[in-house]
Design a protein around this ligand. Structure first.
Ligand SMILES: Cc1cc2nc3c(=O)[nH]c(=O)nc-3n(C[C@H](O)[C@H](O)[C@H](O)COP(=O)(O)O)c2cc1C
Length: 184
């Protein structure tokens, strides 16, 4: 089965909501999805395996912002992927990143960059958010050229804004579209 892997960590549900929006957009293109987490937090979560990563056609990777960088659960997973790295199994696969932070200027952009680093080391082709997405210029909260983001508020109870949702959809669409073009 050909699929896009949507892989995320989320302690309180914000990144999970983003992952679901990205999945909706990918599904609308007809592409299959595997939605996976790094650790099991609810009964419905499916934990990622190295095989899930090795056989994906593309990856959307998300984590909460933790002190301006990715969560340790995600980093630990990547630190165990050196066998795939040695074999170059992810080279030339498209990828996008997404994050949620409680505050607007609390390091969500730096987190998107830290999420990008292991993907670049693996030789993946990183897709950002281009400025022809109008919401990128008009958002009052999350959304960056480096990837989708959400600002969840100090109590982590702010829902995704319309603009943030649109940007999540654009990430899913673009990832699916480029993946389909590369695999024609
Ligand atoms: C240990 C820890 C560190 C955090 N560091 C930051 C931070 O640097 N900047 C920020 O804005 N929010 C920070 N947060 C808040 C989370 O990024 C925010 O609540 C996020 O929306 C959680 O996503 P989730 O609901 O998917 O778990 C931190 C939270 C924790 C628990």
């Amino acid at each position: 089965m050909s699929y896009i892997l949507v892989l995320y960590h989320s302690s309180h549900g914000s990144v999970k909501s983003m992952a679901h929006e990205i999945c909706d957009a990918i599904s609308s293109t007809g592409m299959q999805i595997k939605l996976r987490t790094f650790v099991k937090q609810s009964n419905s979560d499916l934990v990622v395996s190295q095989d899930d990563l090795m056989h994906c056609q593309a990856l959307a990777f998300g984590s909460p912002t933790r002190f301006g960088m990715m969560a340790s659960q995600a980093k630990l997973f990547w630190e165990n992927t050196s066998e795939l790295w040695l074999k170059g199994r992810l080279i030339d696969k498209p990828a996008s990143v997404f994050t949620s932070s409680s505050s607007m200027h609390g390091g969500n952009e730096s987190t998107l960059l830290t999420l990008s680093l292991p993907l670049l080391h693996h030789g993946m082709m990183l897709l950002g958010v281009p400025y022809d997405i109008p919401e990128l210029s008009s958002t009052q909260s999350g959304g960056t050229p480096y990837g989708a983001s959400h600002v969840s508020g100090l109590s982590n109870d702010t829902k995704l804004s319309k603009h943030e949702i649109k940007i999540c959809h654009s990430v899913g669409h673009r990832l699916a579209k480029i993946t389909q073009q590369l695999n024609k």
